[in-house]
Design a protein around this ligand. Structure first.
Ligand SMILES: *[C@@H]1O[C@H](CO)[C@@H](O)[C@H](O)[C@H]1NC(C)=O
Ligand SMILES: *[C@@H]1O[C@H](CO)[C@@H](O)[C@H](O)[C@H]1NC(C)=O
Ligand SMILES: *[C@@H]1O[C@H](CO)[C@@H](O)[C@H](O)[C@H]1NC(C)=O
Ligand SMILES: *[C@@H]1O[C@H](CO)[C@@H](O)[C@H](O)[C@H]1NC(C)=O
Ligand SMILES: *[C@@H]1O[C@H](CO)[C@@H](O)[C@H](O)[C@H]1NC(C)=O
Ligand SMILES: [Zn+2]
Length: 375
């Protein structure tokens, strides 16, 4: 972890303005667009959406309707974080908060691995983007489906790309509207981020995802409680199983270092009592390049490795409120395989997380550096 910090600081010094203006992808050092978010509330017009890459206003009548879906007396009254940054003394955080970012806490309901050993729950975050079709093309030639964690602002920018992903049988899931640190938002903003993304996806595809992934993995029991009441399962990734592909566009990683990360994950896989889930992205060309030129070819070259979307790896063949949608082509009969679903255990996830603390520290170093400077 330590050796990365000087590099991070160098990049940070030129990027700090951008960072404080708006949190972006990865560790917020870079971003496709610099959003200028409206300072004052105006209602979202009928058939329209909130400003791209901006936390939606909660005063909006549509958001006010969505708030009725949550019983807030059942949501823990945890303090809102400073944009996901950990306090200087982490021991001051109550254990019951189960804050992934700072306490490395995995809740029993978090999906952080696939139950079957040598099974990789494949995921890509932050799309759809102009580079996503290259990823979809590659996956198609391998009859491969994946879980795609969709940013609402990208969905309405590239609806045809999202439609293609859905039609090709990928699992479509939620990754928030503007990609914020969710623990840094109020309860009402958390609802707005999730439901606007759900609405955008439903408007485009006609189905309602039942899975979401918090940006940066930044979730605690307050945010989980809201997501659960809205009907979403929370997916993170196996502790430490971050390729750092999101660091390539910012210059903090190289395709070679990302491949080396993945190689060490692959080497660990046969020693694990469960399968695994890896963090990867399809927002930037470099991320798609490393996926299709190196990571996936290596994986297909690995004997005994099964690669499938997260819902399938936990035995769920119906990952939408409406049922299977196009996902039924992927296997099963459009219902949940309760045999497999029961195999998934939050307890084993917890155990694994504590044994891998060191690796986690490395993968989140960028966020931690940022946190320190912004506090
Ligand atoms: C909300 O939850 C509280 C606490 O569990 C419960 O007493 C109350 O009846 C619930 N309210 C509604 C409208 O369901
Ligand atoms: C993909 O599926 C098609 C049709 O079932 C089959 O012909 C083809 O060989 C498969 N390709 C791979 C790489 O498995
Ligand atoms: C696949 O495995 C073979 C044999 O171990 C190796 O020679 C080859 O370089 C590998 N290809 C990739 C893409 O990793
Ligand atoms: C459910 O999962 C079990 C265990 O992996 C497998 O043996 C079975 O064939 C699956 N059933 C269906 C309908 O996919
Ligand atoms: C689908 O598979 C599940 C699990 O094997 C089984 O319980 C269910 O009856 C099946 N449903 C249909 C309609 O075949
Ligand atoms: Zn993301």
């Amino acid at each position: 972890m330590i050796f990365r910090i000087p590099t991070a600081l160098a990049t940070l010094s030129v990027s700090l303005l951008l960072v404080s203006a708006h949190p972006g992808n990865g560790c917020s050092l870079y971003k496709r667009q610099t959003a200028t978010c409206p300072a004052t509330y105006a209602p979202v017009a009928e058939g329209s959406y909130p400003a791209l890459d901006c936390v939606p206003f909660v005063e909006d009548p549509q958001v006010q309707e969505w708030l009725k879906l949550v019983n807030f007396t059942q949501v823990p009254t945890t303090a809102v974080s400073n944009a996901g940054a950990c306090p200087p003394d982490i021991s001051t955080i109550p254990a019951s908060q189960c804050w992934w970012t700072c306490q490395k806490c995995v809740a029993p309901t978090d999906i952080v691995n696939c139950p079957t050993p040598m099974t990789w729950g494949l995921t890509y975050d932050d799309g759809p983007s102009p580079d996503s079709p290259r990823l979809y093309d590659y996956l198609k030639t391998h009859n491969q489906t994946t879980t795609l964690f969709i940013v609402g602002s990208r969905a309405i920018s590239y609806p045809d790309t999202l439609k293609r992903a859905y039609q090709e049988g990928h699992q479509i899931a939620i990754h928030t509207w503007s990609h914020p640190s969710m623990t840094g938002l109020t309860n009402e903003q958390v609802v707005a981020e999730l439901k606007w993304t759900e609405k955008a996806i439903h408007d485009i595809l006609g189905v309602t995802p039942t899975y979401w992934r918090p940006p940066y993995g930044d979730v605690d029991d307050r945010v989980r409680a809201i997501a659960t009441q809205l009907g979403y399962k929370t997916v993170i990734w196996t502790q430490g199983f971050d390729t750092n592909d999101w660091d390539i566009p910012g210059g903090l990683a190289t395709p070679e270092s990302v491949v080396a990360n993945f190689q060490s994950l692959l080497a660990e896989a046969p020693t694990m009592s469960t399968g695994f889930i890896v963090l990867e992205h399809d927002l930037y060309p470099q991320e798609v390049d490393v996926a299709i030129n190196s990571i996936l070819p290596m994986a297909y070259n690995t004997t005994g490795l099964t690669i499938e979307p997260v819902a399938k790896c936990i035995g769920d063949f119906a990952p939408y409120k409406e049922g299977a949608g196009t996902f039924q082509n992927e296997g099963g009969n459009g219902t949940t395989n309760s045999t497999l679903a029961q195999t998934y255990s939050g307890a084993s996830a917890q155990q694994e997380s504590s044994s891998r603390l060191a690796m986690v520290a490395l993968t989140t170093s960028c966020l931690m550096v940022l946190s320190g400077l912004l506090l």
